[in-house]
Design a protein around this ligand. Sequence first.
Ligand SMILES: [Zn+2]
Length: 577
Amino acid sequence: MATKAQAREPQRRPFRKKDSYRARARAKVYLKDPLALSRRGSFPVGEAIVGGDTSIEPGPTSSRFLVVDYDASADRVYAPTHPSKTVEHWSQGKGEHLYEFSAATGTRQEAQINAWATAVDTLDLFQDGAVFGREIPWAFEGNWLRILPQGMYEANAFYSRQTRALHFGYFSDSAGDPIKTSLSHDIVAHETAHAILDGLRPFYLESVDPDAVAFHEYVGDVAAMLSLFRQKDFLRQLVMLDFGRRSFFDLVTELAPQVGFGVYGRAERAALRSARNDLTYRQVANESDPHVRSQVLTGLAFDLLEGIVRKRLGSGMGREKGAGRQALFGTLMTAARHAMRMLLRPIDFLPPGSITFPEYASILLRVDVRSTPADRLGYRDVLERSMRKRGLHPAQWDYRFEIESDPPDDRSLRERDIGMIRSSRVGAYRFLDANRKAFDIPKNRDFRVIGIGTNRRDLDYGKRATPETIIQYIWEERVDLPRDARSTALDHVVLRAGGTVAVDEFANLVHWSPQHPTTATRDAAREQAVRLVRDRGIDLEPVRGLASSRPFVGQRDGGGTRLLVNTARMHHAVKAR
Ligand SMILES: [Zn+2]
C-alpha cells in the first residue's frame, strides 16, 4: 500500500539554478546631470547596467516601474522607448536577457531612459544584500511605481502616494535653455528614495513632527550621494579624470548642480543643496524648512563617508592593489559600501509611527555595535565623532524613548514559532498578542501589524547573515486640539504608538524600538499641530489635492481627518522663485 501511495504522489521538481531568470538593461544615463558634464569637460555620459529584474518591457517598464510619458501641461502622451537590441546569454546555468536602451541627446526618450534606469538602480541600492536584502513594497496597492519623466512645465519634481507616481518637471533657465529634472541623477534618486521610505515607513508622511519629513529629505539626499558609487565603470572613469580628490567630493556633495543653477543662477550656489556643512541639531531646532533641517543628517552622512575614506587611505588599506587613482577607486567603492550599511540598514529598525533625529542616531549606533562589536576598522569611532559634532550623540541626549537590543532571556516570550510569525501579518500579530506585557502593548487596544519582512543580508566575504524578521505594529492615540485651535474639519490629530520588533530564526528578540505614547509626546504632537493650524499649514479642502501650496493636506477618514505631507509641494527649493 505504501508504495502505491508513493507512486501516486505528484512529482516534485527541486529548484534548479537554471530556473533563475534575470533581465538586465544596458542604458545610457547621466552620472550627475548634463551641466556637471559640460563643466568638467569631456566627462562621459556612460552606459549603466541596471536591473537583475524579472521583466523588462518597452517604456521602459520593469517589474517595479512603469514609464508613462504624459505631460500634464500639454495634456499629451508621448511614445515609449523600445529596447534597441536584446541579447540572451546563459552562464553557469543562469539565464539572462540584456536589453539595450539608447536615445539621442535632447530627446524625450533620453529622459525616459535616464529616469527609469536611475530609479531602478536606486531601488537596487536599498534592496542590496548590504542594506535590506529583500524586496521593498510601495506604500500603495500595486507594484508599479509610475514615472512621468516630463510631467509638467514647472521647476519641480515630486513623489506622490496618491497618484502612485514620480513626477518630474522641466523648465527653462534664464538663458532660455531647457532643463529637465529627470536628467538629474540626484533628483531622480532622491524622489525614488521618497517612494522607498514611504513603502518602509508609511506613517512618516503622516506625522506632524518636523523631524519626520526632514528625515525623508535626508534619506533622499543620502541615496543620491551613495548611489553614485554603484556604477563601477563610471567611477573608474571618474577617478581617472584630471581632477583631485577634493573636487571628486564636490561632485558627490553638490546635489543637483544643473537644476540648482537653473533655479538660483548664481555661481556661489550652483547646487540645490550641499552635504558639506557644519550644522548642528540645536541650530535647526526652530527650522521649519525640511530641506534645511535635513542637512544636519546629510552632513553627518558625508562626514562618515569622508572619514571612512580617510581611514582607509591613511592606514594603507586602499593601497594594496595598484597605486594612485586606481587605489582611490577601490577605496571609494568599499567606503561607500560601509557607509550604506551603517546609514541605511538601521532604517529597518526604526519605529513605525514617526522619527526624530536623536532616535535615528541612537538606533544607528546600536545597530553598529551589534553588527561589529569590536570596531576593528575604527569606523564607529568616525561615526561617534560625527554624531558629537552634530549634537546627536546619545550621550548628549536625554532620551524619551528606549531601544532594546539585549538578549530576551528575562523576557520569557511566548508563542515563539517563527513559521507562524512569518506566515502573515496575523501570524505576527498572534506572537505580539501573546507577549503584550513584554512589548508594552495595552490590554484594551486593538493594535495591528502594518509590515512584516525577513531580510537575506550578505556579510563580507560572501557570507549570509542570520535572517531577521522585522515586524512593525501600531495603534492609534487621539490627541485633541485645544479649544481655540479646533475647527469642525480638524479637532484632533492622531499619534501612532507602537514599535518595531526584530527576531532571529528562533524567534529570539534581536531588536525592539518601542514608541510609547507619553505625556511629552502627546504635548509635542499637540503643539506642532497647533502651530500648523496657526500658520495655515494644513489644507482642509480635499478638492485642491495636488494643487495645494500648503505643507499638509487633510483627508477625511472615517470619523476624523487624516493629515498627510503635501509631497507635491515639499520641494519648494526646486520650485522657481
Ligand atoms: Zn525630497
